[in-house]
Design a protein around this ligand. Sequence first.
Ligand SMILES: COC(=O)COc1cccc(COC(=O)c2cn[nH]c2)c1
Length: 247
Amino acid sequence: MKLDIVTIFPDYFAPLDVSLLGKARRTGLLDVRVHDLREWTHDRHRTVDDTPYGGGPGMVMKPEPWGEVLDTVAPPGSDPAPRLVVPTPSGRPFTQAMAAELAAEPWLVFACGRYEGIDSRVVDEARTRMRVDEVSLGDFVLAGGEVAVLVMVEAVGRLLPGVLGNADSVTDDSFAPGPMESLLEGPVYTKPPLWRDRPVPEVLLSGNHGAIARWRRDEALRRTARNRPDLLVRMDPGSLDEHDRRV
Ligand SMILES: COC(=O)COc1cccc(COC(=O)c2cn[nH]c2)c1
């Protein structure tokens, strides 16, 4: 997969050289390129922002540099065209399903907004020649898109075959399709069996895989009911059996 990231703070993406994603880059699974938007400015001060039309606080990112960098990074007529992903508080919610969808794309371009945002004509113009997704990571405001892009690159990158050591840990993710879909992960344990007078739940040491699976589902249901009741109401009632309802 090819990833292009456009930002005024390229150093934010140094972390992509470490850990899993660093290995994926070195093995060629991921081809990540970071572009400094200021290289597409032509004035002495390398200006990327200006005051908002209609007044109001803060600054808006000028359209010209964005138009030029997107023309360079994703020349009109590129085939396949890339998918442009723009993190923004006013976007569609980013979910595991969207991460999986993006992981199937051959080429993603991430645009990191700053200040009050990017001149809206940039996204409008980009839509004429590529798919554009304005994506929100949650109901909060960051100073810019860089951290949001790091989150999305990690969420997408770990789904790429070969990037993660153990493919199984992707299939039983929270929110991954299957019987535990849209349930939160339950508690996990490892050695020692007793730690500061706290034992590991007996069932997990029993070797009774049916009982272990049931216990894990019960714990996932309990945690979901406690922390994310909204997920439970969204679940298909058919996927909850009599036992589930009593948990
Ligand atoms: C068209 O898109 C834009 O103009 C994007 O502009 C901005 C401006 C400021 C900050 C950000 C980063 O995104 C978030 O803060 C964010 C995403 N999810 N939750 C919070 C982006």
